[in-house]
Design a protein around this ligand. Structure first.
Ligand SMILES: Nc1ncnc2c1ncn2[C@@H]1O[C@H](COP(=O)(O)OP(=O)(O)OP(=O)(O)O)[C@@H](O)[C@H]1O
Ligand SMILES: [Mg+2]
Length: 228
């Protein structure tokens, strides 16, 4: 039985035999504004509460904005930054070899959890899909060796049938969580689906969720149950 890491979303853990596999790399994907960044922050916050050092690599948003995103849910990341348990950094993938920076940072604070947001930026400067796949594979290996459990985000371009920006990310990673936003009605307008999770008998339904003052809260029943 692989060791499990709780995600910070108790209902998601119950759909994943207790959490995501330790040292795995999971893709959180979805259209814009679906809650990818918030889910990642919730995952890191859970780790910080357990005393686990965490690293957040932003390739797009300003770290101050990300900390402000977190603050609205009561997640005071600065407190952990001061204690040396949390590191957040921005890197322009056009200018930096992100893989090596990342491994240094993980080793420096002995991070147990990592977020890379978003992978799409990392891929934009690569010449083709094969390079994205190879680089992501390399990153995954490096992070696994450092014994870190990782969430990476990718965007789904509107109207696209692919699960990620480049259509290769989902094949490399250990698991894929897809977030959706229907934009109709009040309640069930956001949902989550576990599209793949290696070595896990995971929930197969589409699960509506709400954004509450505590972050993402998955509702008790999946769409299949609701429609019955
Ligand atoms: N305090 C809040 N209460 C309720 N909903 C919120 C709150 N803060 C943000 N949201 C919702 O979450 C969305 C932003 O979530 P998030 O930044 O995680 O999305 P994302 O998928 O990372 O988007 P992006 O494409 O910008 O990276 C907002 O558009 C809004 O709908
Ligand atoms: Mg985001």
């Amino acid at each position: 039985m692989p060791l499990r890491v709780p995600t910070g979303l108790p209902k998601l853990d119950s759909l994943l035999e207790g959490g995501i596999m330790k040292n795995s790399m999971i893709l959180v994907t979805g259209g814009t504004g679906t809650g990818k960044t918030i889910l990642c922050l919730q995952f890191l916050w859970e780790g910080l509460q357990k005393g686990e050092p965490c690293v957040y690599l932003s390739l797009e948003e300003d770290p101050d904005d990300i900390k402000a995103d977190a603050r609205q849910f009561g997640w005071d990341l600065e407190k952990y930054e001061e204690k040396g348990l949390f590191r957040i950094m921005f890197h322009d993938p056009f200018e930096t070899d992100v893989s090596s920076v990342l491994v240094n940072q993980i080793e420096y604070i002995k991070a147990k959890r990592l977020v890379v947001d978003s992978m799409s930026m990392l891929g934009l400067y690569m010449k083709d899909q094969a390079t994205v796949r190879k680089q992501l594979g390399k990153l995954m290996k490096a992070v696994k060796n450092a014994e870190c459990t990782t969430l990476v985000t990718s965007e789904i371009v509107e109207e696209s049938k692919a699960l990620s920006r480049f259509g290769v990310e989902e094949f490399v990673v250990d698991g894929v969580i897809v977030l959706n936003y229907l934009g109709i009605g009040q309640e069930a307008n956001r949902s989550l689906q576990i599209r793949k999770m290696r070595r896990t008998n995971h929930g197969k339904d589409i699960y509506p969720f709400k954004m509450t003052s505590k972050g993402i809260e998955i509702m008790k029943e999946g769409m299949g149950d609701i429609l019955k």
